[in-house]
Design a protein around this ligand. Structure first.
Ligand code: PBG
Length: 326
């Protein structure tokens, strides 16, 4: 069928290799996750995520500025609140940590996209992603009771200046509840990036240290997906698109490249992938021991996520990659 039996011909010249390259990485592909906490002049490096910090708002402003200088234009914020309770009510307070951060950042950074993670695990004293109720003798997240709180959190973030909301709690109906609340409040132009296929993954370990959000008992298996499932991810994505999601996310990225590809092929919508904390930590740890070449491996990983079908990547490598790609 193809007359070329000599595939190496097109690899023989660097310019030719550039010309036939199928996937390209750019700083425009990246969304940088950031952790904001109360206080002043705080920049605490997260031990398992070198180069990433818990930041007070004043230092966050500096860091967003530095990232913007490197060409990063999209940020997603996670809040570490001053107080936690059973509902996670500080998530929707007007003076909540993320709300304050947004109000400070918004007038300073007019050209960047401010995205907010929408979940309760950082805000609840039990560390689960919503309100708990008793389900046949065990405590479990109450799906429908959590939805109005989630909608309230989103609205509050949007009112404080968020450009896009990203619900990550894996509640059924979360996109519809948020869409309705935002539309009713005059925000029908604010897109929803849904963590549509989010797996119950061991790769979130470092993040839970960073966000101080590990579940205090049990696990997240009753709301996050079983890593063994693939068709189910398509049903999750279909449901979220049906409810009005503008972008769907697959998370984590690396062990789920097949899912990214299936979602892209099946739905042809904008797909985000979250190159999560544990994936980042493995690269950093191996690189620190001199076992791998960090730059080469990180860029290979990021390219593989795009090649799999992701249009955008949430990644802690964003700042380094921005420098490398310059
Ligand atoms: C939940 C949330 C988590 C991450 C992003 N949002 C953690 C979890 O589900 O426990 C993990 C991100 C990462 O590991 O980098 N709000």
């Amino acid at each position: 069928m193809f007359p070329q039996t000599r595939l190496r011909r097109l690899r023989s010249h660097p310019v030719l290799r550039d010309l036939v390259r199928e996937t390209s990485l750019s700083v425009c592909d990246f969304i940088l996750p950031m952790f904001v906490r109360p206080g002043k002049n705080i920049k605490n490096e997260i031990a398992s995520m070198p180069g990433n910090y818990q930041l007070s708002i004043d230092r966050l402003v500096d860091e967003v500025g530095a990232a913007e200088k490197l060409g990063i234009r999209a940020f997603i914020f996670f809040g570490i609140p001053a107080t936690k309770d059973a509902q996670g009510s500080s998530a929707w307070h007007d003076e909540g940590i993320v709300q304050q951060a947004l109000r400070t950042l918004r007038p300073v950074f007019k050209d960047v996209l401010l995205i907010t993670d929408e979940c309760f695990c950082e805000y609840t004293d039990h560390g689960h992603c919503g309100i708990l109720h008793d389900h046949r003798g065990t405590l479990d997240v109450d799906n429908d009771a959590t939805l109005p709180n989630l909608a309230r959190q989103c609205l509050s973030h949007v009112q404080a200046g968020a450009d896009m909301v990203a619900p990550s709690g894996m509640m059924d109906g979360m996109v519809a509840a948020i869409r309705k609340r935002l539309d009713e409040s005059g925000h029908n132009n604010i897109p929803i990036l849904s963590y549509a296929a989010k797996y119950a993954s061991g790769f979130y370990g470092p993040f839970r240290d960073a966000a101080e959000s590990p579940p205090q008992f049990g696990d997240r298996n009753s709301y996050q997906m079983d890593p063994a499932n693939s068709d189910e991810a398509l049903r999750e994505v279909a449901l979220d698109l049906d409810e009005g999601a503008d972008i769907v996310m697959v998370k984590p990225a690396l062990s789920y490249l097949d899912i990214i590809r299936r979602v892209k092929d099946r739905f042809g919508v904008p797909v985000a992938a979250y190159n999560v904390s544990g994936e980042f930590a493995m690269v950093k740890a191996a690189a620190a021991r001199g076992w791998i070449d960090e730059r080469r491996v990180a860029l290979e990983i990021l390219a593989s996520i795009k090649r799999a079908g992701a249009d955008m990547i949430l990644t802690y490598h964003a700042l380094d990659a921005a420098r490398w790609l310059k």
